[in-house]
Design a protein around this ligand. Structure first.
Ligand SMILES: Nc1nc2c(c(=O)[nH]1)N[C@H]1C(S)=C(S)[C@@H](COP(=O)(O)OP(=O)(O)OC[C@H]3O[C@@H](n4cnc5c(N)ncnc54)[C@H](O)[C@@H]3O)O[C@H]1N2
Ligand code: MOO
Length: 447
């Protein structure tokens, strides 16, 4: 029997082709201004420039009195021009009045009376000799930046201090590189979002973490919509570019750049995904990948420019499809690059599986990558304890051979193969000989 594309061995794309295609089909989202609150972690698209001097007025650095000339000083109302030998009260950050030449700190002055019984300010308390010098305790205008100075260079990845600097400069928005907004469509009538599921029901593994993974892969996690197995609900959810906000009176999100659906990718039952994409006039870009798990993954583009990524329902399969297709797609939309695939030395001999790439979570043991136990398509224990994912080619892997691999979005980078080889040499010979040829149980190592 001939299998249709997407049915495993004859899937339209190899693993390498699929990730390259997911990167190639998307163009970077153009830069746009965003409010400061939304700018954290974004990349500045154009220089941020001081629109006026910073500070834009001379102010006091201390609580005390603005003074002109030497004391004693006649006190005048705050805000008035100070003539020589006049002073007026001022607080930290207060505007230096015209004629103000220095600030005398509260602890360096005393209010007393002159011969006529009128109140005057005189040096006293903690005053040091020569106090107040001209300009003392005055924050001069433009001492941080002059109008037109570049405060932040294009290309800066914005951190909280950058955002505070922009606010200090009086900016309300920053021009940042585009970043894809992702909305989620979690399908399956058997999926429950709380508590212990009864037989026939399963807990939703995606809702609590998929958004975070999308953010690690360079996207902005938007709303999650749960739909059952009804085709009309599917279609409506895909059609709806701006779903109702979750909370009353909250503003609706702007249209998403990517919709990620989970479940319903299989062709065996009712094929809602492909039917809905076709009905909306979209086109399939990737229809199945010759890999396991995750082979039914689908990528489509709708006429309005949104990408729809269909992840299989099996939890591990979905994560592998997300790393394979979602990562490159989000990188391309977000001005990133296609991550290079790394390499790790395999700690096991892995048999051939003609026609498909196997994605195997692995743990590094003495610098060697050992495939995880509990890595079936519906399991999560293997990935939960993994250091990365091996990309095992169809012809298999020899023990000690370098095998393509990638790190986890939330994990550490892979060690360079050189350092792994070093460790490999240092490992006791007996242990090398004993390295298993199948999945390793690391539970003892994790204690
Ligand atoms: N006759 C065939 N059956 C299946 C094939 C096939 O080629 N021929 N492929 C299998 C593979 S491989 C995968 S992967 C799945 C793909 O399934 P779907 O994407 O259509 O997803 P569902 O059928 O809706 O669910 C599959 C599985 O995943 C569970 N699931 C769904 N959503 C969640 C969730 N949010 N959290 C946790 N688990 C979830 C669901 O309960 C099912 O157990 O098809 C195979 N079958
Ligand atoms: O793609 Mo399915 O994941 O092989 O389980």
């Amino acid at each position: 029997m001939t299998e249709a594309p997407g049915q495993g061995h004859n899937a339209a794309h190899t693993w390498h082709e699929a990730r390259q295609r997911a990167f190639d089909v998307a163009a970077p989202i153009p830069p746009s201004p965003v409010p400061l609150k939304a700018a954290l972690g974004r990349t500045l698209a154009s220089d941020a420039v001081a629109i006026q001097d910073m500070p834009h007025y001379a102010s006091s650095a201390m609580d005390g009195w603005a003074v002109n000339g030497t004391g004693p000083w006649i006190l005048v109302e705050p805000g008035h021009r100070l003539a020589p030998h006049q002073a007026s009260p001022i607080v930290t950050g207060g505007l230096i009045p015209p004629g103000g030449k220095a600030v005398l700190r509260t602890e360096s002055g005393v209010i007393t009376t002159d011969d006529d019984g009128l109140p005057i300010l005189a040096l006293g308390g903690a005053a040091k000799p020569g106090e107040p010098r001209n300009g003392q305790h005055i924050r001069k205008a433009a001492e941080e930046a002059a109008e037109g100075d570049v405060l932040l260079k294009a290309g800066t990845m914005l951190n909280p201090a950058h955002i505070a600097l922009a606010a200090l400069a009086g900016l309300d928005e920053l021009e940042v590189l585009g970043k894809p907004l992702v909305r989620f469509l979690l399908t399956g009538a058997e999926v429950v979002t709380q508590g212990v599921p009864v037989p026939g029901k399963v807990r939703d593994t995606f809702g609590p973490q998929l958004g975070a993974v999308v953010e690690l892969l360079g996207g902005i996690a938007g709303e999650q919509l749960k739909v059952g197995d009804n085709y009309d609900d599917w279609l409506a959810a895909l059609q709806d570019t701006e779903p109702e906000p979750a909370e009353p009176y909250a503003a609706a999100e702007p249209p998403a750049d990517v919709v990620i659906s989970t479940g319903g990718t299989g062709r065996s039952g009712t094929d809602h995904f492909r039917r809905a994409v076709a009905e909306l006039g979209g086109r399939l870009l990737i229809d199945g990948i010759a890999m396991r798990p995750g082979h039914p993954a689908v990528l489509a583009e709708l006429p309005d420019g949104r990408f729809v990524l269909g992840l299989p329902g099996n939890p591990l399969a979905a994560m592998m499809a997300l790393f394979t297709v979602g990562g490159p797609l989000l990188a391309a939309l977000g001005h990133g690059k296609l991550e290079e695939v790394g390499e790790v030395p395999s700690g096991s001999m892995i048999d051939a599986d003609p026609g498909r790439t196997r994605l195997m979570p692995f743990k590094l043991v003495y610098g060697l990558a050992s495939p995880a136990q509990h890595a079936g398509p519906g399991m999560m224990r293997g990935l939960a304890g993994a250091d990365g994912v091996m990309v095992v080619p169809p012809h298999g892997v020899q023990m000690g051979e370098l095998v393509p691999a990638f790190p986890l979005p939330w994990g550490r980078p892979l060690p360079s193969p050189k350092s792994a080889e070093g460790k490999q040499r240092k490992a006791p010979a007996r242990q090398q000989k004993k390295a298993p040829s199948g999945p390793v149980d690391w539970s003892a190592l994790e204690a």
